[in-house]
Design a protein around this ligand. Structure first.
Ligand code: ADP
Ligand code: 3PG
Ligand code: MG
Length: 396
C-alpha cells in the first residue's frame, strides 16, 4: 500500500516509549461519552502494546478548542474510560512540554499508559509548529499514527512530529481502514452515489469538487445543504451556513454538468426554533426568519431512497440532520436503514464514515449491515478523492 511503514508486529518494544496518536474525538455531552466506537476500535492495539510491556504515551485531540484550554473539551471523561477499561496503570498528563521534557514520564513502567490532555489546547498543534513537534517528539522512542480519521490534518502530532522521532509507523487500525477503502475504490460498481452531510462545511465542500469526477450521483444533506439552499436564493432563517461558498457551489454545478454527475439537494425539511425543540415540516420557500433547518423532510427521504435503489455503490459521510435530538433523526436513520437493506438484499457496495455518522447509526436498535464502516469523515472523503494525506505521506 504505497510504501507506508506499517508497525511490524514482531518489533521488540519492551520498555520503549511509544507515542501513539489516536483519534479519541468522540461525541461527549455533559462529560458523558455518547458513542465510544472510536475508542473501542483502538483498544485491541493498546492492549497488544500493554502485553508487550511498552510504555504507551497516547495523544489525541477533542473538538476544535483553537489553541486554548476549554474545560468542556478536556479528555478527562476519556481518561476515566481508559482507566476503567485497561488492566494496567493509566495516568493523565495535563502539564506543558517544557525543556525538561526528557524527564517527563520517567516514572512509567513497561505496560503503563499515559494519556496527554487534548493536544489542541496548544495553539502550536494546529500550526504544525516545528519547535512544538520537537518537544512532543522527544517524549518517545517510536511514533505510531493509528488515527486515519485525522491524517488529513497537517498538524504537529500527525505530521511534523515524525521529523523528531527515530522511527515512525502506521498502526493496525489505520492499515485496516485504508485497505478496506482501497478495496471499495478498486471494486466499485456504477452507478456510484455519494451522500454528503454533517456540519463541517469548510472541510468538506472543496472535496466535493474533485469527487464529482468519480461519481454518478451526489446527494447533499445535513447542514451542508443549507449552503446550497442559500445559493438557490431560499431563505434559511437561523440555520447553520458558511460564508463565501457561492463560488465553490457554482463550480460544483458546472463540474457536475461537465462530468454528467447528477446533484440532488433536499426539497423539503424539518425546522425547529431551537436545537432541543420539536420539529415542523416546511417546504424550502416556507422557512421563517427565527427557524433552523435541522433535518430533511419525508419527500426528500423518498427521493434519496429511490437514488439508493438505482445505485450499485453508495459512499456516505455526514448525518442528514441534528440526529442528537430524536425529533430530527428520521432523515439520518431512514438513509442508514435503506443502505443497509440494499447491502443485504441487493449486494449494494456501501461505505459509511465519520465519527458522528457512526454515532447516529449506533442509535438504531435494529442490526444494520454495511460493506465497511470507517471512523473517518473528512479524511475518508479526501482519501476517496485520491489525495495524499499529510499524516500518511510522512509514514512512507
Ligand atoms: P461526521 O462526524 O460524520 O464526519 P460532521 O462532524 O461533519 O459529521 O457533522 C456531524 C454533526 O452535524 C452532528 O453533530 C449533526 O447533528 C450535525 N448536523 C447535521 N445536520 C445539521 C443541521 N441541519 N443543522 C445543524 N447541525 C447539523
Ligand atoms: C473527525 O472527527 O473527523 C476527526 O477527529 C478530525 O477532526 P477535525 O475535523 O476537527 O480535524
Ligand atoms: Mg464529526
Amino acid at each position: 500500500m504505497g510504501g507506508i511503514n506499517f508497525f511490524p508486529n514482531d518489533l521488540e518494544v519492551k520498555d520503549q516509549k511509544i507515542i501513539l496518536r489516536l483519534d479519541l474525538n468522540v461525541p461527549i455531552k455533559d462529560k458523558v461519552i455518547k458513542d465510544d466506537t472510536r475508542i473501542v476500535l483502538c483498544l485491541p492495539f493498546i492492549n497488544n502494546l500493554i502485553e508487550k510491556k511498552a510504555k504507551i504515551i497516547i495523544i489525541s485531540h477533542l473538538g476544535r478548542p483553537k489553541g486554548v484550554s476549554v474545560p468542556e473539551l478536556s479528555l478527562t471523561p476519556i481518561y476515566k474510560y481508559l482507566k476503567e477499561t485497561l488492566k494496567t496503570n493509566v495516568y493523565f498528563f495535563r502539564g506543558v512540554f517544557d525543556d525538561d521534557v526528557n524527564e517527563k514520564f520517567s516514572y512509567l513502567k513497561g505496560g503503563d499508559v499515559i494519556l496527554i490532555e487534548n493536544i489542541r489546547f496548544f495553539k502550536e498543534e494546529a500550526e504544525d509548529d516545528l519547535n512544538f513537534s520537537k518537544k512532543i517528539g522527544a517524549l518517545g522512542d517510536i511514533y505510531i499514527n493509528d488515527a486515519f480519521s485525522c491524517s488529513h490534518r497537517k498538524q504537529a502530532s500527525v505530521h511534523s512530529i515524525t521529523k523528531f522521532v527515530k522511527r515512525s509507523f502506521a498502526g493496525p487500525l489505520l492499515k485496516k481502514e485504508i485497505s478496506a477503502i482501497n478495496l471499495v475504490i478498486e471494486n466499485k460498481k456504477e452507478p456510484v452515489t455519494c451522500i454528503i452531510g454533517g456540519s463541517k462545511i469548510s472541510t468538506k465542500i472543496n472535496v466535493i469538487l474533485s469527487l464529482i469526477k468519480k461519481i454518478n450521483n451526489l446527494i447533499i444533506v445535513g447542514a451542508m445543504a443549507n449552503n446550497f439552499f442559500t445559493y438557490k436564493n431560499f431563505k434559511v432563517g437561523k440555520s447553520l451556513v458558511e460564508e463565501n461558498t457561492k463560488e465553490v457551489i457554482e463550480d460544483i454545478y458546472k463540474k457536475a454538468e461537465l462530468n454528467n454527475c447528477k446533484i440532488l439537494i433536499p426539497e423539503d425539511c424539518l425546522v425547529g426554533t431551537s436545537f432541543d425543540g420539536t420539529s415542523k415540516k416546511r417546504n424550502l420557500d416556507e422557512v421563517k426568519d427565527d427557524e433552523i433547518i435541522l433535518d430533511i423532510g419525508d419527500d426528500t427521504i423518498e427521493n434519496i431512497k429511490k437514488k439508493i435503489n438505482e445505485s450499485n455503490t453508495v459512499l456516505w459521510n455526514g448525518p442528514a440532520g441534528y440526529f442528537e435530538n430524536e425529533n430530527f433523526s428520521k432523515g439520518t436513520l431512514s438513509i442508514a436503514e435503506k443502505i443497509s437493506k440494499n447491502t443485504i438484499e441487493k449486494s449494494l457496495l456501501s461505505v459509511l464514515g465519520g465519527g458522528d455518522t457512526l454515532a447516529a447509526i449506533n442509535k438504531i436498535n435494529s442490526k444494520l449491515s454495511f460493506s465497511h464502516l470507517s471512523t473517518a469523515g473528512g479524511a475518508f472523503l479526501e482519501f476517496l478523492e485520491g489525495k495524499d494525506l499529510p499524516g500518511i505521506s510522512v509514514l512512507k
